[in-house]
Design a binder for this molecule. Structure first.
Ligand code: FAD
Length: 500
């Protein structure tokens, strides 16, 4: 007979890189635990969590991106339909409702694999004060190394890409950097094959044996198009989750003594709020990484020298270099060599692959309590969850850091070649980074300024864990996924220990 309310040991809400890291570590370290993963969005491929860039057919890739851009049906028809964001994402607010302050570009993905099916895969380690000071260095470094293993991070995939050595040499003239802060190839979550092709890491890579039905075993179940609308609790202890099948509308319960909410930095606090778990810091200290961008072209002489290599197809992909974060320059540079120009060029002036360079500098901002995502139970979003509004303003210090980042981009551009247009480096709208942090932040003590402890368990709520970039408590500029996967490794091990 079928049990109406099935029992699990752990329910994971969200199938992005951090939810997948919980599933994988639990599988590796406590293989008998019965784990249910629920995901609001649809599956995009047979292999759960495949990165869409690995889909060879451009039409299949475009369809997968579209399917990730939010719900097509709405339980509250009066709610505005979210606007499209970058491919594979949808904006929190359609353009016409985006407030001028706040985060007009705040976006999400809803699909098996989350944003991890669409990401650029840059995985720098946090440096200097980006690191979490209350985690001892050995613990944090070991967790980062495990996250690198789970995501298959390498710095060597594109070292031989056309012009990439030259790009780093030119950057070294502009930035006086040594040691961990030296100019270097960007660590990327990617596997390079002997024929030069690459596989970008989606969450299938993190899930490992769990992504393959032949090796998955009986203890792991993944349900797509399943919204967790509430975590159920009894006297401060987790008892399970209330789920809604988005295809049929059927509501059911699943029992479990541990629930991990890995539903991104906006929807994780939303689900806690909807469940009545509302510590003071919930949704507060929200920080984005303001992004300054520009583009340059390598000098004709450099291109002519290297063109033989490029034409001979020395590498199938262009390189990505990294100008790391320092406390003196609290931003980091992602220097992406491109195969096409982001602005139109003359027809008789074709781009040699790798010779046009996108400069993207991410800035660290202050963690300010007033910067927050707020929830309103009286007005529901298109999933039937409490509506979100973001209050977000930059401080004077943030504005100074952004000005310094613009100077750094100018310095990098001048060292590398000629800017593609007359516009000086400019700041993208708030939220464009897609790196939102702090909304369920980790703390050393339950002092009202954090939502969870160092093992990611929510203060005072036994069995409830939070995951994702929202957990990161520090002000960071480095792309956050590696760090949030590392924190997920620590949380998953805590659950495995507590259940043994
Ligand atoms: P997500 O990947 O966002 O997954 C959360 C999942 O939870 C979603 O699938 C969502 O549908 C699901 N969910 C939400 N609410 C519920 C609910 N109530 N019930 C059930 N399911 C729910 N980061 C980097 O570090 N480096 C990069 O180079 C980089 N590049 C990026 C480029 C792009 C185009 C994009 C879109 C993102 C990029 N990112 C990058 C960000 C990176 O993808 C995220 O940091 C990462 O995916 C976060 O993982 P996560 O598991 O916390 O959340």
């Amino acid at each position: 007979m079928k049990t109406p309310n099935p029992m699990y040991d752990v329910v994971i809400v969200g199938s992005g890189p951090t939810g997948a890291a919980y599933a994988r570590i639990l599988h590796d370290e406590a293989p008998r635990l019965r784990v249910l993963m629920v995901e609001a969005g649809p599956s995009l491929s047979e292999q759960p969590g495949l990165h869409v860039k690995n889909l060879p057919d451009p039409q299949a890739r475009a369809a997968a991106q579209l399917a990730s851009q939010g719900p097509v049906t709405s339980l509250s028809p009066e709610s505005p339909v979210p606007g499209p964001g970058r491919p594979g994402t949808f904006l929190l607010r359609p353009d016409e409702l985006a407030p001028r302050a706040g985060m007009p570009a705040a976006a999400m993905s809803s699909n098996v694999g989350g944003m991890g099916a669409h990401w650029t895969c840059a995985c720098p380690r946090p440096g200097a004060s980006e690191r979490i000071s209350f985690l001892d260095d050995g613990t944090l470094d070991a967790a980062l190394a495990e996250a690198e293993r789970l995501l298959s991070v390498t710095s060597g995939a594109f070292v031989d890409a056309p012009f990439s050595g030259e790009v780093r040499r030119l950057l070294e003239h502009a930035f006086d950097r040594t040691g961990a802060a030296a100019i270097q190839p960007m660590p990327l979550a990617v596997q390079k094959h002997p024929d030069g092709t690459v596989t970008w890491s989606g969450t299938d890579v993190v899930l490992g044996p769990l992504a393959d039905p032949t090796t998955r075993g009986e203890t792991f179940e993944l349900r797509d198009q399943t919204l967790c609308q509430r975590v159920t609790l009894d006297a401060g202890r987790v008892t399970g989750v209330e789920l809604r099948d988005l295809a049929t509308g059927a509501v059911s319960l699943a029992h479990a003594p541990a629930v991990v909410v890995a539903a991104d930095a906006l929807r994780t606090p939303q689900l806690l709020f909807a469940s009545g778990v509302r510590p003071r810091a919930l949704g507060r200290y929200l920080n984005d990484q303001p992004q300054v961008i520009s583009a340059v072209r390598l000098p004709a002489g450099v291109v002519a020298d290297g063109v033989k290599d490029a034409a001979a197809g020395a590498a199938l992909h262009s390189g990505v270099s990294w100008v790391p974060y320092t406390d003196e320059e609290p931003f980091h540079g992602q220097v992406m060599q491109l195969d096409a120009s982001p602005v139109p060029l003359a027809e008789d002036d074709p781009v040699v692959p790798g010779s046009v360079i996108g400069l993207g500098w991410f800035c660290a901002t202050e963690t300010v309590e007033e910067n927050r995502v707020e929830f309103d139970e009286s007005s529901l979003d298109h999933y039937g969850m409490p509506r979100m509004t973001i209050n977000y303003n930059l401080t004077w210090k943030d504005l100074r850091v952004i000005d310094d980042a613009k100077d750094a981009v100018t310095r990098a551009g001048k060292a590398l070649g000629t800017f593609l247009d007359d516009r000086p480096p400019f700041l993208l709208p708030a939220g464009s980074s897609l790196h939102y942090q702090g909304s369920v932040r980790m703390g050393q003590h339950d002092d009202g300024r954090s939502v969870c402890g160092p093992d990611s368990q929510v203060w005072g709520t036994e069995g409830l864990y939070v995951a994702g970039n929202g957990v990161i408590p520090t002000s960071t500029a480095s792309n956050p996924t590696l760090t949030s996967v590392a924190l997920a490794v620590l949380g998953a091990r805590a659950i495995a220990r507590s259940m043994k």
